[in-house]
Design a protein around this ligand. Structure first.
Ligand code: CP3
Length: 358
């Protein structure tokens, strides 16, 4: 890591520093709520083409940063590009979400080709390099992947939902689930490592469906693979910062923080940030957790929630974000209002209110 990148506010927070006001970016900050995205999306053809055409993916990544001045850009891609690059058939049906040809047994898993990953994800690395070149030095570029369990959910069920096939496989054919997770874990270590080499300043693991698992399976399929990815990335790239997002992890979030060694943890909408800040070790940065539906609704309660979350974590390493991704019909002005509100917060009101209370 260069001295310059150590100055980026998001990286300072991931290093355990409390920065005021907290730096901000938003999950799914690029996407359909932005007219400039919709316009470009029409010319791109399908969604996979958009993710794998560096000129277009670069432009889409930069759009929200240009418009709103977030402290971080997140690579524009998708967690399902990894299984797609391994050879699993994938399409994004209009209005229906992703559809994959199911991994229904070991033969289907063995038909995937780990050696194809490098070539298949080359355009993603090209995008990372182009985005890095187009960003101001103080803006952090976040690379990402899905966590092995969440990617396995889509690979085994073949579509979004509550993943009944994957959850049944955990009991009926544990060796298959373990083998899928092993394949994804190994591929993810390389995939994130290449993103870092191409210019990502830090990386995030999206485990959107971690909360579906009971504690023993959570430990086996969420914590263990994540710990391995973290350890391997740190060996290959000393000092690299890693954010984990075990969505709806509940109390298991504490074990996740303690046992994976992530530098930052994403808080979903259900988490009380102040309670988690009390329970988690201080070195861990907390990221989140405004309700995306409140962001869409706007109004006075939006401003109040922004202030409550930021103030609640004042003095703690905090990156302001949502509890999940921006929803498509969010007015862009609400995003601008959130960032403005955050940046207008005065420091030190914590002490003042504490004094007022005495
Ligand atoms: O955050 C960003 O701006 C970066 C880009 C990004 C996308 N997907 C773009 C996308 C990221 C980080 C993701 C992660 C992702 N993808 C997750 C984890 C986070 C989460 O939301 O829980 C998951 C589970 C997926 C899988 C996925 N991709 C689904 C379920 C869908 C369909 C739902 C939808 O919102 O349409 C996608 C498609 C997708 N990924 C879109 C975008 C902008 C919409 C495609 C379009 O524009 O037509």
């Amino acid at each position: 890591m260069t001295g310059q990148s150590a100055e980026k506010p998001v990286l300072r927070v991931l290093g355990g520093e409390a920065v005021w006001p907290p730096p901000v970016w938003l999950m799914r900050q690029a996407g359909r709520y932005l007219p400039e995205y919709r316009k470009l999306r029409e010319t791109a053809g399908n969604f996979i083409a958009l993710c794998t055409t560096p000129a277009l993916a670069t432009e889409v990544t930069l759009q929200p940063v240009r418009r709103f001045g977030m402290d971080a850009a997140i690579l524009f891609s998708d967690i399902l590009i990894l299984p797609w690059a391994l050879g699993q058939k994938l399409r994004f049906a209009e209005g229906e979400g992703p559809r994959l040809e199911r991994i229904d047994g070991l033969p289907a898993l063995e038909a995937l080709d780990p050696a194809a990953l490098r070539r298949g994800t080359e355009p993603v690395m090209e995008t990372v390099a182009r985005v890095r070149a187009g960003l101001a030095p103080e803006t952090t570029l976040i690379g990402f992947a899905g966590s092995p369990f969440t990617v396995a959910c889509y690979m085994i069920d073949g579509r979004g939902g509550d993943f009944p096939l994957t959850r049944a496989t955990a009991y009926a054919d544990p060796a298959l689930l373990a083998a899928v997770i092993e394949t994804v874990t190994t591929a993810t270590i390389d995939y994130l490592s290449w993103q870092i080499e191409a210019g990502a300043d830090c990386v995030m693991l999206f485990d959107s469906w971690a909360g579906l698992l009971p504690p023993d399976l959570f430990r086996a399929h969420v914590i263990h693979p994540t710990a391995r990815i973290v350890e391997q990335l740190r060996t290959r790239h000393p000092g690299i910062r890693i954010i984990g997002f075990p969505r709806l992890g509940g109390l298991m979030t504490l074990s996740y923080i303690a046992e994976t060694g992530v530098d930052g943890v994403g808080m979903d909408t259900s988490v009380d940030p102040v309670a988690l800040a009390r329970l988690a070790p201080r070195r861990v940065a907390l990221q989140g957790n405004l309700d995306p539906l409140l962001l869409r609704a706007g109004g006075i309660s939006l401003g109040h929630a922004v202030e409550r979350i930021a103030r609640g974590l004042e003095g703690h390493p905090h990156i302001f974000n949502l509890g999940h991704g921006i929803v498509p019909d969010t007015p862009p002005e609400h995003v601008a209002a959130v960032i403005e509100r955050l940046r207008s917060l005065e420091p030190g009101e914590l002490e003042e209110s504490a004094l007022a209370a005495t």
